[in-house]
Design a protein around this ligand. Structure first.
Ligand code: ADP
Ligand code: MG
Length: 649
């Protein structure tokens, strides 16, 4: 039973206040068939919307089955709309993309959390459309569409049906059919309230209410009400909790909506796709670069100090002048003898050398070292052997060549035993160094190693070394040894106290490695954060599209709310859509990143691998972006007022 008293509804139109309903008091019994008539603008629709819980009165009381509804929350109203009321609109308000049976089934999404094709089909049969279930609504005539809308209003077995000019857009044949259906529903015990322009229809009702200027003008009963009806008190619980199972249907719906807007969905996906691809690629790239740097560093040997001579200023007769300190082989012997922590010292004499073999010519770096080089620089020859101390002492003309030199002079042939010329002196190739990597000028394999004595006295004609590799026995002793080396050398060369800091330079490989590692880490962090920004931009793109989608589908949102969708239902629907876009974009992005890294890895020769962490991270990050950036549009949609949304053009 419906009881309204003193209902007023006014609209503000700028400075004017339009009073659509001025003071309406009515009682409608269960099982009645009531027609409301009146000229256009007399407030019929306004009254129907209030009765149908689509709108709230400015003042007055409305009791539905004994429950005062003006005190209910928006969600509680949605549940009542869903479970107790069916609303039939003049404009049908079907969703055009859905087949008829899904339109009929739509309210079930909010009550039972799933579509039920069988139930929808049986209702379509009841309204004479049994064969049209699979037709989209734009493939149906007006009369057929209205019958689908009636079937929709029936799917949750409502107690009352409100119909606002249901035949207003229909021809007279369809009008008769619709009226027939409504009458038979009334015969089944459903209360019907119908607004109409047609006197003929008004005459068919049990009771006819005429309105004018927002008040009831007349109210006449034509057919007495059957009295045996029990007053059905509402005992429905208005629980509005969210069921997780709905999410699956929302995702399904979200997917379908996106599939229907392929170009737009594709474009909004593109942002996320590029963002995720960039992040994953950058992470892989950073990791690859780091690995390759680490490999090069470890190939240099650890626990290593590299000693170079510096300059000192000495006072001469007329002026001060800079003099370069020279490190001799005797210095090396003294260091090794005096500092127990030193495991090995390797002198290093180097310079450019022109290498020839038959008609082949190559300019490379020639390095004079001792046999300790093998251990200190991890350089056991991969072919042949290294030279011995004896060969060094007798200044033998033997050479161990790098991979690049070998390739230039001998191609893929073994160079062992061949005789090459270095700066016009004949050398026998006795071994090949292991590959160390590096490109262009930093190619570690573009070098030739010869005995240091040979290099000093036969190739370059000097009696001092350029630098010394000092291998320390333990990592912990590196700093200490560094100081000892300075001390020994300073005293041997009688360096004045004031200049002791500059006389010798010592590079600590451990420090160097740390510095390089931390800078490569910083670099990859930097690249990843730039990539993350593009992900953010992708997220904003999604928000943009979702906002457009919400605006474009305002009427749809209104309809969904009118048939019982709660705030949370609408929120989840739009959220699901943006999550679907982002997650698909994210997955495609991971695929793209895989392609790009594979290509880059083969071009650059880096060991680039996409880590599972990076994939997992970007997958969840893209879902997260979908939620974060979808939330605002979804919330905006969920907060639309049903009747305002339905009126939106
Ligand atoms: P009917 O359905 O009987 O033709 P309505 O109930 O639609 O009449 O409208 C009653 C009055 O309220 C009309 O004067 C109309 O202009 C006004 N009205 C209805 N809805 C709105 C609205 N959303 N904003 C402002 N005025 C409105
Ligand atoms: Mg109207």
């Amino acid at each position: 039973m419906i009881e309204i008293s003193g209902i007023k509804k006014s609209y503000k139109m700028g400075d004017n206040i339009v009073e659509a309903l001025r003071d309406v008091t009515l009682t409608i019994e269960d099982g009645d068939f009531v027609a409301i008539m009146g000229p256009s603008g007399s407030g019929k629709s306004t009254l129907m919307h209030i009765l149908g819980l689509l709108d709230v009165p400015t003042s007055g009381s409305y009791k539905l089955h004994g429950r005062e509804v003006s005190k209910l929350s928006e969600d509680e109203l949605a549940i009542l709309r869903r479970d107790e009321i069916g609303f039939i609109f003049q404009q049908f308000n079907l969703l055009p993309r859905m087949p008829a049976w899904q339109n009929v089934s739509l309210p079930l999404l909010y009550s039972e959390k799933k579509f039920d094709q069988d139930k929808a089909q049986s209702l379509l049969e009841q309204v004479g459309l049994g064969t049209r279930g699979d037709h989209k609504s734009n493939e149906l005539s007006g009369g057929q569409q209205q019958r689908v809308a009636i079937a929709r209003s029936l799917i949750n077995s409502p107690k009352i049906i409100f119909a606002d000019e249901p035949t207003g857009n229909l021809d007279s044949k369809s009008e008769k059919e619709i009226m027939g259906i409504l009458k038979s529903l009334n015969a089944q015990g459903i209360t019907i309230v119908i607004v109409t322009h047609e006197e003929e229809i008004g005459e068919q009702a049990n009771r006819l209410i005429r309105m004018r200027d927002g008040v009831v003008q007349s109210d006449e009963r034509k057919v007495p009400l059957a009295q045996e009806r029990s007053s059905n008190q509402s005992n429905q619980s208005l629980d509005s909790e969210f069921h997780f199972g709905e999410m699956i249907e929302h995702f399904h719906q979200g997917w379908k909506t996106l599939a229907a807007n392929k170009v737009r969905s594709g474009l909004s996906m593109l942002g996320i796709l590029i963002g995720v691809a960039a992040v994953v690629t950058m992470l892989a790239l950073g990791k690859g670069a780091q690995q390759s740097i680490e490999k090069q560093l470890s190939s240099m040997g650890s626990n290593l100090l590299i000693l170079r001579a510096g300059n000192v200023r000495v006072a001469g007769v007329a002026q001060e002048s800079g003099v370069r300190i020279r490190i001799s082989m005797d210095d090396l012997a003294a260091m090794k003898a005096q500092i127990p922590a030193i495991k090995n010292v390797v002198p290093n004499v180097g310079g450019r050398g022109q290498v020839t073999y038959l008609n082949k010519n190559w300019n490379t770096y020639v390095n004079g070292v001792t046999s300790s080089f093998v251990e200190v620089r991890n350089s056991e020859p991969v072919l042949g052997r290294f030279f011995s101390d004896a060969e060094n002492q007798r200044r033998a003309t033997v050479a161990v060549i790098g991979r690049t030199v070998s390739r230039e002079l001998f191609g893929e042939r073994s160079p062992i035993g061949e005789v090459i010329k270095i700066n016009r002196i004949n050398f026998t190739v006795i071994g090949m160094l292991p590959e160390k990597g590096g490109q262009g000028p930093s190619d570690q394999d573009d070098r030739i190693v010869v005995p240091v004595m040979t290099a000093m006295y036969r190739l370059f004609g000097r009696n001092y070394v350029d630098s010394v590799d000092v291998e320390v026995s333990q990592k912990e002793l590196i700093d200490e040894t560094q100081d000892s080396v300075k001390e020994v050398l300073n005293s041997r060369h009688r360096i004045p106290l004031s200049q002791q800091d500059d006389a010798f330079q010592i590079f600590n490989m451990a420090d160097l490695q740390q510095a390089i590692e931390s800078s490569s880490k910083t670099m990859s962090m930097l690249l990843s954060s730039i990539a993350a920004i593009s992900l953010l931009v992708g997220g904003i793109g999604i928000m943009n599209i979702m906002l457009v989608s919400v605006t474009e589908r305002t009427r749809e949102i209104g309809l969904r709310k009118a048939i019982g969708g709660r705030k949370v239902d609408i929120l989840m629907q739009f959220l699901a859509e943006s999550v679907v876009v982002s997650v698909i974009g994210g997955l495609l992005g991971i695929g793209l990143a895989w392609g790009v890294t594979t290509a880059l890895a083969s071009v650059m020769g880096w060991p680039m691998t996409i880590s599972l962490d990076a994939v997992g991270l970007s997958f969840f990050f893209s879902a997260f972006i979908g939620i974060v950036f979808g939330l605002y549009p979804a919330k905006k949609a969920s907060e639309l007022h049903p009747i305002d949304a339905l009126r939106y053009e």
